[in-house]
Write a protein that binds this ligand. Structure first.
Ligand code: 5GP
Length: 116
């Protein structure tokens, strides 16, 4: 899939909207959330604009693994050796507001459970 489908995050990928980018490779980008819910709050986003996790297909298998390993890499890069949380909001009941798959990486403080 190309980047012709416009989402807020494809516009960040194309540098049309500024973001504090902490990591990028050919498949994914990671940048700081504009409204952080923890001292470290990063969004890890595939460059392929899959709308939400429930739209991922078996052909996206390798990309899905890459996104998780990217979270691990960014967490280490940002010094989250005490732990962190990874969240994917999926669809309306999941609280998803941007229709482009993204993994939230949250850390830098103890996080409560359940998340509400
Ligand atoms: P969702 O609610 O879809 O799981 O997460 C979307 C996230 O995108 C939210 O945490 C929100 O703060 C973040 N966000 C929305 N607009 C922008 C933006 O323009 N820049 C950045 N860096 N984050 C954004």
């Amino acid at each position: 899939m190309s980047l012709t489908q416009d989402t807020l995050f494809t516009r960040i990928i194309r540098r049309e909207i500024p973001a504090d980018i902490v990591y990028e490779d050919n498949l994914a980008i990671a940048f700081r959330d504009i409204n952080p819910q923890a001292p470290v709050h990063i969004l890890v986003v595939p460059k392929e604009p899959i709308a939400q996790l429930s739209d991922a297909e078996s052909q996206n298998h390798a990309l899905m693994g890459h996104l998780l390993l990217t979270v691990k890499r960014v967490a280490a890069q940002l010094g989250l050796e005490n732990g962190y949380r990874v969240v994917i909001n999926n669809g309306a009941d999941g609280g998803q507001t941007v229709p482009h798959l993204h993994l939230h990486l949250l850390g830098g403080r103890p996080l409560l459970w359940p998340p509400g």
